[in-house]
Design a protein around this ligand. Sequence first.
Ligand SMILES: [Zn+2]
Length: 305
Amino acid sequence: MELNENARIDTSQIDDQRSSGGGGGGGIGGLPIGGGGLTGIIVTVLIALVGGYFGINGLSGGGGEPQAGDNTSLQQECSQADAIKQLDCRNALFVNSIQDYWADAYPQNFGDPYKPAKTVFFANRVQTKCGAADSGVGPFYCPADDLVYIDLTFYKLLADQLGAPGEFAQPYVLAHEYGHHIQDISGTEAAMRREQQRDPSQENKLSVKLELQADCYAGVWAKNATGTDVGGQKIFKSITEQDIQEGLDTASKIGDDTLQQRSGGSINPAEFTHGTSAQRQEWFSTGYKSGSPKSCDTFAAGAVS
Ligand SMILES: [Zn+2]
């Protein structure tokens, strides 16, 4: 992947809360993830797997008051000549690209205008309308406040602990979370929650379909990424087969079966919430090959076994 070094990074799509020291309140313990409605890239088994990596674990219940971010230093850093060498600026640019894609594609595919969503950069711990969360839960989307949340140190965990060091893991993760935003504004997520309530025995299976659809949307973005721009400047000079391979490789490292195995447990399909490694690769691939969100109907009868 080669980024356009002349692209002017739009940091207004980021809410930088890294200096605010994280959300207060709440203890360590319970994991009301389903109840909070937050949808992340990985299952919570990761917490058991890499617990301690970030010091604290999990989510504490109840929605707190979201913190106010301060973009001053990010904005300064990302307007420098070599900004794309910086992890945070590159990630801001990925967010620009993903949202530029959906600004056109959402109206074409869903008939309504696209509603932008910011990404919150946080460090260690953050207060959201879905509850307080710490880095151990991985990047996630909170439908209650329409925000994507990421502690950028997650990429180090992906590389060092989960064996997915490829750089394309970064836009893949972000595009997956924006996939959840699309599911939120299109009503797919709400419909899926209603279905879960109607038939609790299908709760995890429905969750898998939602997650695989987000992977598919990430693939769709990847296919269209070289056409995206920020303020009229192309964002990518190129995306290569190697990048796509890194996206697939990441998908394979965060499948439920692989994570369960890695955590030393036996593989238990009844507990899958995100799909197997093979499924995650398959749906990222489906999106990438078609380049169209219409190919991502994981809820269609028989689409996901
Ligand atoms: Zn997800």
